[in-house]
Design a protein. Structure first.
Lengths: 112, 112
């Protein structure tokens, strides 16, 4: 059963703590993406990766970091430098040639 | 000005109605267009994609693209309560990197 998994579904952290969100895909996709979704603002691109061991900043990368050590995995770390980290985080993947992105179920992060 | 504009709604219709969801865009380089459906607290699900002007039909759904007016639409015929969700339009330029530009989403409520 192919797809994208994100864990955990809900995450609560205290301000000042780093937190890592997991994203795994078994679709054999080369490209992976992280988005942030806030009410009324659509999806904003945080980071993307087209190949293992390579990734690029998106539109709102400040306060976030990623790694891509395996094709299947693209974890996102929300650091204490992110000013407003409470949001719904979505991971997506696609083939390099394809133009459709497939999304995971999302992680809702709440920082207090 | 956002590159993709989408009326946030909410849009409330009775069951069986025809629904029209719309997006406008400013960048004439966009060539590939997608519609996603997102249920509450879930990841977006790809509904339809098209890269040419005109209509594309899939069951009760029809995607329409008018590149001359920079306007895309999604029509839902015989709407059902299960269609109640937020609908996101997305578009991209056909180059090496598939950066997607998303609308903010329209929330649809189909009343039984």
């Amino acid at each position: 059963d192919g797809g994208i998994t994100q864990s955990p579904k809900y995450l609560f952290r205290k301000e000042g703590q780093n937190v890592t969100l997991s994203c795994e895909q078994n679709l054999n996709h080369d490209a992976m993406y992280w988005y942030r979704q806030d009410p009324g603002q659509g999806l904003r691109l945080i980071y993307y990766s087209q190949i293992v061991n390579d990734f690029q900043k998106g539109d709102i990368a400040e306060g976030y970091s990623v790694s891509r050590e395996k094709k299947e995995s693209f974890p996102l770390t929300v650091t204490s430098a992110q000013k407003n980290p409470t949001a719904f985080y979505l991971c997506a993947s696609s083939t390099i040639q394809g133009y459709e992105q497939y999304f995971g179920p999302g992680t809702r992060l709440t920082v207090t | 000005q956002k590159e993709v504009e989408q009326d946030p709604g909410p849009l409330s219709v009775p069951e069986g109605a025809i629904v029209s969801l719309n997006c406008t865009y400013s960048n004439s380089a966009f060539q590939y267009f997608m519609w996603y459906r997102q249920y509450s607290r879930k990841g977006p699900e790809l509904l339809m994609y098209t890269y040419s002007s005109g209509n594309k039909e899939d069951g009760r759904f029809t995607a329409q693209v008018d590149k001359s007016s920079k306007y895309i639409s999604l029509f839902i015929r015989d709407s059902q309560p299960s269609d109640s969700a937020t609908y996101l339009c997305a578009m991209t330029i056909l180059d090496n990197f598939n950066k997607f530009y998303f609308g903010s989403g329209t929330k649809l409520n189909v009343k039984p």
